[in-house]
Write a protein that binds this ligand. Structure first.
Ligand code: UFG
Length: 340
């Protein structure tokens, strides 16, 4: 079965291409490389044993989508393609709304026009904001978004819900990702941030590799056991497999019209300090870090209740944080080798 993977050259997208292939699907990547590198295609070929199918184009274009859906006889779509930098989204709101929501609308219209029913949408735990009760279930109220990026995910979910509610043949799942980390254990693909990484793990691995002088831990006076923020860090391969499980669930579903949301995390909360210490153990290296002020917009703690995805999708995260950090570190060392 042919599955269109928009943003399939990105961090989560590329790992999902591997998981889809392993599950017997034929992924077709659509990616304009605006925030990914061509080298990921070599990595995918190394892992999968054959060249990935790739359309190096922008997914906001109706003609492009129509052509690929028809040429490749697409039966399902996983829509990753989106801008994702929280800080940048506040500087460039129109670019974010246009890219993240414009492409979603055009995609839905084209799916309806071409008779493609199944869609998996990349949402985020950012929709829960600062939750009152932990872990967060899918029933936990959505809070007003604190960034334009977060708002594109919330509005994206609303667009999907409203479209399905209007009555048509669309079957859609939004996956609310917690914090994806790690890399493929082969070190052939992984996270490739451009410039100074905004996320914790690439910052840690680049610091350990000597590319950055030191990590700053943003805030150590939070009301948590060690004063640092708590997140639910999930191995990117577990996250990739969640997409396959969600897709298989949609394909088996015998009703035409369906929309639902699922948390995709491990269910475990880990603090920034715990993560730093675990990285030191796993890598056998002391990490140069300092305690700094809070970063604006960060929530204190968020981690997932994963019962719904386990019960309905039959999916659970299998890999440990140790494994994810070991894979992220192996990947960092592989990139250093390549660029040396
Ligand atoms: N952190 C540091 N130092 C750094 C980078 C991060 O201490 O150099 C801390 C942050 O303060 C936070 C934790 O590490 O406590 C995780 O930060 P990330 O930036 O890796 O991840 P976030 O939880 O902030 O962001 C994630 C996703 C976003 C999403 C957001 C919603 O990456 O896409 O959750 O909360 F919008």
């Amino acid at each position: 079965m042919n599955i269109l993977v928009t943003g399939g050259a990105g961090f989560i997208g590329s790992h999902t291409v591997v998981a889809l292939t392993e599950a017997g699907f034929r992924p077709v990547i659509l990616d304009d490389f605006s925030n990914s590198e061509q080298g990921v295609l070599d990595g995918l070929e190394q892992i999968m044993g054959s060249k990935p199918i790739i359309y190096a184009e922008n997914c906001h274009n109706r003609e492009t989508l129509r052509r690929i859906i028809r040429e490749e006889k697409i039966e399902g779509v996983i829509h990753f393609a989106a801008f994702k930098a929280v800080g940048e989204s506040m500087q460039k709101p129109l670019e974010y709304y246009d890219n993240n929501l414009g492409s979603l609308i055009v995609l839905l219209q084209t799916m309806l026009e071409c008779g493609v029913s199944n869609l998996i949408f990349s949402s985020s735990c950012t929709v829960y904001g600062e939750p009152d009760i932990l872990p967060v279930t899918e029933e936990t109220p959505v809070q007003p978004a604190s960034s334009v990026y977060g708002n594109t995910k919330q509005i994206g979910e609303e667009i999907l819900c409203d479209t399905v509610a209007a009555g048509n043949t669309l079957k859609i799942i939004s996956l609310r990702y917690f914090n994806p980390i790690g890399a493929h254990p082969s070190a052939a693909i992984g996270e490739l941030p451009r410039g100074v990484p905004g996320n914790l793990i690439p910052f840690i691995t680049q610091t350990a590799a000597g590319q950055r002088a030191s990590l700053t831990i943003f805030g150590h006076d939070y009301p948590t056991p060690d004063g640092t923020c708590i997140r639910d860090y999930i191995h990117v391969l577990d996250l990739a497999e969640a997409h396959v499980a969600a897709l298989q669930f949609l394909l088996k579903k015998d009703i035409d019209n369906y929309y639902d949301v699922f948390n995709i995390g491990t269910g475990e909360g880990v603090s920034v300090m715990q993560l730093v210490k675990t990285f030191e153990q796993v890598s056998g290296q002391a990490l140069n870090y300092k305690l700094g002020p809070r970063r604006s917009g960060d929530v204190t703690a968020v981690y997932a209740d994963v019962q719904k995805s386990a019960e309905q999708l039959g999916w659970k995260a299998k890999r440990s944080v140790q494994q994810a950090l070991a894979d992220a570190w192996r990947w960092q060392q592989a990139i250093a080798q390549k660029t040396r």
